[in-house]
Design a protein around this ligand. Structure first.
Ligand code: GLA
Length: 697
């Protein structure tokens, strides 16, 4: 007898479940694409293991924790203070080429669990889960895994990211655990370590080749991702949102939907997994007109003037921005009532009568008359104790009765779980958007949550954003949280860009941007040219290096152009024009990351037929001569013409040496570029060689 299977096949991967009528389907396989034929049923045919339960309990999509399953849980429930152990004795599995849907019922407790796995365009799998209470007594949900899946015994390492304000997305690689590996966020936001996600490398996997599993959770609050070694000798990964004790209680008929988990299974290394995630994120993005328009060049006022501005100063800044080719001007923090520093004003979303006596409307109109869009900074989820809103509604801030209410940056967090709070914020922002011609909001969130807000806070924020998007569908929104503290797939349906980091030092930005792109595409990665010395680090870099590092993302400027030397201002204007001419290739397409010899890192963007290549040398080279750079992604091209467009950075002192080889475009075969490599010019520290590649056949 052969097992009855539910299967999903992407180009690179297969997911194989074995269906049973009397229980959740069993995991049979998840990995490189296979054709299963005549598989014998797993149970009861498995090799017996000594000192085990008499009835075998193999790994299923919803294994019975507490009743013979000793691995990580799919679901944890309580009823009347006691643990409730559902036994899903009834299972229905339906499937199409793109979807497996599993409906599981426990007739005794009335708990129903619906799990879906969808194969998305681009090849990633999306896992979703919903638990419902079909009985009369309330059920508390302590844990609902968004995804629970096996990893191969050949898994070798876990790549993850951690970070802090001004130092987001530090990548770390660890060997597979002998016990358990855990990434748990407890700050109430996804955090400066980037999206809740991990990448698991199989033996020998690299950026360009090998088996890679990459998982991200579409959730902006507390989350848990675990990889546990099981007694069988393999690993099981689990991921889900973390709830506060007692906060999710399902009354009769009520349901809880887990955040989606997106899993890329790639046989083309980390770049293959990254491509699947970028495709999945592009399907979640909701652009105002349905498709992305070219990403406009920003100037954001924050580092140009911080809180110190009024209409005259901002108009002068906007004029300087327009002159160098900026397309969208964003007025950052400091425009609203009493906001002269970070001690007051959050919550009162009307213009400051001293700085902007006529409101911000005349300013927005003047900016638009200069040919730019106007954007405005807000931080809706926050309140300063020194604000009219707090004086009116102190109980609207998150608090635990009788306990301390810690401030951070002098602010408290509004309880977005309260409908009245959401209504107030909607009304305030809606009025602003109706009155002022605003085409962009920078939506900030500048602190961790203490006390915790739980999932209600996250769901409340999504609800407020969804209402605003519906009422003002043309307004784009940027997600920000003290730089990149909340950049995740949960917010993507509501936003169109993330602010990547308050650290705009280009040396710091190189790894941060690489970490960002592991899960999120470059067109939503805010990347600015900042001042030199950089405000966050005090380090100085050339205009060329700063601009070249910002180029692949959504390009912008975070300085006062009037304070630049004439030569630098002219160079910045030229970079803006350069970005505009290349952005169609940089955004909405493929991205490849790689590492070269001697500390060089590279990124290519576009298609395998036409691309821009950024070869980034941060520290000075140690070798006498640069070694060629292998570009595996063009291996299949018969013939590829490569032109060195420019070497950015390293201009001062000795001019960068541009070998005669690059006086004209060079033609290589794809196999030469993939295996022998592209000859590179010598690169100084803090410089970037930008190449244009085009297949000739
Ligand atoms: C955060 C943001 C900055 C800026 C300030 C304003 O730190 O990351 O870009 O908007 O808030 O207070």
């Amino acid at each position: 007898m052969s097992a009855q299977l539910a299967l999903l096949h992407s180009d690179q991967a297969s997911l194989v479940l074995e269906c049973r009528n009397d229980g959740p389907p069993l995991w049979r396989y998840l990995g490189a694409r296979v054709e299963p034929r005549n598989l014998a049923p797993l149970a009861p045919g498995r090799t017996p293991a000594s000192f085990s339960l008499d009835e075998d309990v193999p790994f299923s999509t919803a294994p019975p924790s507490g009743l013979g399953w000793f691995g990580p849980a799919c679901l944890a429930l309580r009823q009347n203070g006691q643990r409730l152990v559902p036994v899903f004795a009834q299972a229905q599995v339906s499937q199409t080429e793109q979807t497996i849907r599993i409906v599981l019922c426990d007739p005794v407790s009335g708990v129903e669990l619906v799990q879906s796995i969808d194969l998305l365009a681009g090849g990633a799998f999306r896992f979703s889960a919903q638990v419902s209470n079909r009985a009369a007594a309330p059920v508390e949900v302590e844990w609902l895994a968004s995804a629970l899946f096996p990893l191969a015994a050949s898994s070798a390492a876990i790549v993850s990211w951690h970070g802090r304000h001004n130092a987001e997305l530090g990548e770390c690689t660890e060997p597979m655990p002998q016990q358990a590996w855990l990434r748990e966020g407890r700050r109430g936001i996804s955090g400066h370590g980037g999206p809740p996600g991990i990448v698991v490398l199989d033996e020998g996997a690299s950026h360009h080749a090998g088996l890679v599993h990459a998982l991200q959770l579409a959730w902006s609050g507390d989350s848990r991702i675990a990889v546990e070694r099981d007694d069988e000798g393999t690993w099981i990964a689990s991921a889900g949102a973390v709830f506060q004790p007692g906060e999710v209680v399902l009354g009769p008929g009520a349901s809880l939907t887990a955040p989606d988990a997106i899993l890329a299974v790639s046989t083309q290394g980390r770049n293959g997994a990254m491509a699947q995630h970028h495709a999945a994120m592009r399907q979640r993005l909701c652009w105002p007109t349905g498709t992305m328009r070219p990403r406009p060049v920003h100037l954001n006022s924050w580092e140009a003037c911080y809180f110190d501005h009024d209409e005259d100063r901002i108009v002068a800044l906007a004029q300087a921005a327009a002159e160098i080719g900026v397309e969208r001007f964003i007025l950052d923090d400091g425009w609203f009532r009493a906001r002269n520093d970070d001690r007051a004003g959050l919550g009162d979303w009307t213009a400051d009568p001293v700085k902007y006596p006529q409101g911000v409307k005349p300013l927005a109109e003047r900016v638009r008359a200069m040919g730019m869009e106007f954007g405005l900074w807000v931080e809706p989820e926050m309140v300063n104790p020194d604000s009219d809103l707090y004086r009116r509604h102190p109980d609207w801030a998150l608090h635990l009765p009788g306990r301390p209410q810690p401030t951070a940056r002098n602010q408290l967090v509004l309880n977005l779980g309260l409908p009245a709070v959401r209504d107030y914020l909607f009304a305030a922002l809606d009025a602003l958007l109706r009155e002022v011609p605003i085409s962009y909001l920078k939506w900030d969130h500048n602190r961790d949550l203490a006390p915790a807000g739980g999932q209600a806070q996250v769901v409340g924020t999504y609800d407020l954003l969804a209402r605003l998007r519906a009422a003002h569908p043309d307004v784009e929104i940027e997600g920000c949280a003290g730089g990149g503290g909340r950049s995740d797939a949960g917010l993507i349906p509501f936003v169109h860009r993330f602010w990547t980091s308050d650290n705009i030092d280009a040396v710091s930005r190189v790894p941060v941007q690489r970490g960002f792109q592991a899960f999120l595409p470059p067109e939503i990665m805010g990347a600015h040219v900042g001042a030199s010395p950089a405000h966050a680090t005090g380090r100085s870099q050339s205009m060329g290096f700063r601009a070249a590092v910002a180029m692949p993302g959504h390009f912008g400027v975070e300085l006062d152009p009037r304070q630049l030397a004439d030569e630098d201002r002219a160079e910045l204007a030229e970079w803006i024009a350069f970005y505009k001419s290349w952005r169609p290739l940089l955004h909405g397409q493929s991205t490849w990351l790689g590492e070269g010899p001697d500390g060089l890192v590279w990124q290519a963007a576009g298609t395998a037929q036409e691309f821009l290549l950024f070869a980034i040398q941060v520290a000075p080279q140690k070798n006498r001569r640069p070694q060629p750079l292998r570009l595996p992604f063009v291996a299949d091209a018969k013939s590829c013409t490569i032109e060195l467009l420019r070497i950015a950075g390293g201009e001062r002192g000795h001019a960068a040496h541009r070998p005669a080889l690059y006086d004209a475009a060079q033609v290589f075969s794809g196999s030469w570029l993939a295996h022998a490599g592209l000859p590179l010019p010598p690169l100084k520290g803090e410089s970037v060689a930008i190449f244009h590649g085009k297949n000739s056949a």
